[in-house]
Design a protein around this ligand. Structure first.
Ligand code: HEC
Length: 251
């Protein structure tokens, strides 16, 4: 005898059209999640010079690299493919030699014009302007990580977006048959706790680098929870029948 809540329905009790709706939603959400992971990887991995996404990479992203300026951090990280290694090295040497205006005009400016100002022409307030010496000079000062302004912008997008994703995902998953019930509740609830801790820790990493671990673990918890709900749902929806002996409790 399998006891379930009176409002509970297993996927197999739903009409085919709803199962198609759930499946389509899951397929596109899964694809979106993969793109999000690739995006996270591409924008943060290898900031510390070694391949892969590590806690050290997150510390550099959020609290800054103690050694590198923002310009150097970008050249080693997200902008690495925009420039030839030789030119990148010339810019690094210029920064380490004190970032003089003369060398800038002779060597650095032409490199930036050829490789960077296509995007960094000052027209987008969120992308640093690389057409003026003064602006470029600011980027050569020591790196303090993503600005709080950028974090606020990204936070609100993530909080809204992730809530939608995990509400839809979790809502579909509530129709799975999982025992014990607390485990099911945990899988549904964890992503919401994780996103709050994760985003809070972006800011806290600026104060103490140890919080990068919370960002890292928060991200892993969300991914695991997502994968668990996705696989369970797909399996139970198409390959499992509801137990014959379902008994709906009155409460
Ligand atoms: C194809 C467009 C494009 C090109 C080419 C490009 N960038 Fe960027 N760059 C961006 C965008 C978009 C951002 C902001 C994205 C972000 O915040 O991650 C950015 C961010 C940056 C940042 C700020 C990173 C930070 O600390 O937040 C620096 C510095 C930078 N780029 C330097 C360069 C340099 C130097 C070059 C040339 C070698 C270059 N970029 C070429 C698009 C480009």
């Amino acid at each position: 005898m399998t006891n379930v809540h009176r409002l509970y329905f297993h996927y197999s009790e739903y009409p085919p059209s709803m199962r198609v709706l759930f499946t389509g939603t899951l397929l596109v959400l899964g694809l979106a999640y993969m793109f999000a992971m690739v995006q996270t990887y591409v924008s943060h991995a290898a900031r510390d010079g070694s391949p892969g996404l590590s806690v050290e990479d997150l510390i550099i992203a959020y609290s800054g690299s103690k050694e590198d300026s923002r310009l150097e951090a970008a050249l080693k990280g997200p902008m690495i493919d925009m420039i030839e290694p030789d030119d990148s090295a010339r810019i690094t040497v210029w920064i380490h030699d004190g970032a003089s205006q003369d060398t800038y005009s002779e060597t650095v400016q032409p490199i930036l014009e050829d490789n960077c100002v296509g995007c960094h022409d000052g027209s987008n307030p969120h992308v640093p302007n690389l057409t003026k010496f003064d602006e470029v000079l600011k980027l050569t000062e020591s790196d303090t990580g993503v600005s709080v302004y950028t974090l606020i912008r990204v936070s609100h997008i993530h909080l809204f977006g992730i809530t939608f994703i995990f509400f839809i995902m979790g809502f579909i998953f509530t129709h799975a048959l999982i025992r014990p019930v607390w485990l099911k509740c945990l899988v549904v609830g964890i992503p919401f706790l994780a996103i709050i801790l994760d985003i809070g820790s972006w800011y806290l990493t600026k104060i103490h680098p140890g919080f990068a671990w919370v960002v890292y673990i928060g991200g892993i918890c969300m991914a695991f929870s997502f994968a668990f709900m996705w696989v369970t749902t797909m399996y139970q929806m198409w390959f499992m029948r509801a137990p014959e002996d379902l008994v709906r409790d009155a409460d």
